[in-house]
Design a protein around this ligand. Structure first.
Ligand code: PRP
Ligand code: URA
Length: 208
């Protein structure tokens, strides 16, 4: 297990723009796409490669391609969907599942409302995408559900985490690699991340 805070200047710059309350839904969506692509590079830097024989216009050579089964991307709805769509722009052949979870407003516990997951997770690297890791309840629920469905290697790609969310996810499964752009200070009384960026789903879809 590892916790990777991606400090690349482009990631940090875009995160600042996303946090700003004056950033509207159009810019927020575009920034989420851009930052996800940048962070996805980091989250996939350990993918296995194999050599194949090809010919350039000038010469035969051995060259590297990805090895093994395609990745599976699992967005936690709603806000994770924007991140998953961004991944599709650079890896259009990934497998894609949907996991609908919302937080109960009083208990902050995750409530499942839609699950559509590829059946053959065993041999795939599974990457859960969700911008926010607050109490960690939604991500932990997703990890347990995916393990029940056979996933063996799971990564979590998000933007902003609270220390509690990181802690809960690590306790749920110490083998999940976490990629995040910031670990913020704390949670407020409504379990929102402080300073955070607000409600990611509402900002993405303009449902404020
Ligand atoms: C947000 C966010 C995560 C969850 C994180 O979703 O996108 O899924 O909260 O909080 P947690 O770590 O405390 O579980 P939300 O429940 O607001 O649903 P939405 O994306 O549909 O608005
Ligand atoms: N969900 C969000 O979208 N934002 C938070 O700060 C916490 C949960």
């Amino acid at each position: 297990m590892s916790v990777n805070v991606i400090t690349h200047p482009l990631v940090q710059h875009k995160l600042t723009l996303m946090r700003d309350k004056n950033t509207g839904p159009k810019d927020f969506r575009e920034l989420l796409t851009e930052i996800t692509i940048l962070m996805f590079f980091e989250a996939t830097k350990d993918l296995p490669l194999k050599e194949i024989n090809i010919e350039t216009p000038l010469k035969a050579m051995k060259s590297k391609v990805l090895e093994g089964k395609k990745l599976c991307i699992i967005p936690i709805l709603r806000a994770g969907l924007g991140m998953a769509e961004a991944v599709l722009t650079i890896m259009p052949y990934v497998k894609f599942g949907h996991l609908g979870i919302y937080r109960n407003e009083e208990t902050f516990k995750p409530v499942e409302y839609y699950v559509n997951i590829p059946y053959d997770l065993e041999e795939r690297i599974v990457i859960i995408v969700d911008p926010m890791l607050a109490t960690g309840g939604s991500a932990a629920y997703a990890v347990n559900l995916l393990k029940d469905k056979g996933a063996k290697k799971i990564k979590f790609l998000g933007l902003v985490a609270a220390p509690k969310g990181i802690d809960i996810l690590q306790k749920t499964d110490p083998y999940v690699d976490i990629y995040i752009a910031s670990i913020d200070e704390s949670l407020n009384e409504k379990a929102y991340i402080l300073p955070g960026l607000g409600d990611a789903g509402d900002r993405f879809y303009g449902t404020l």
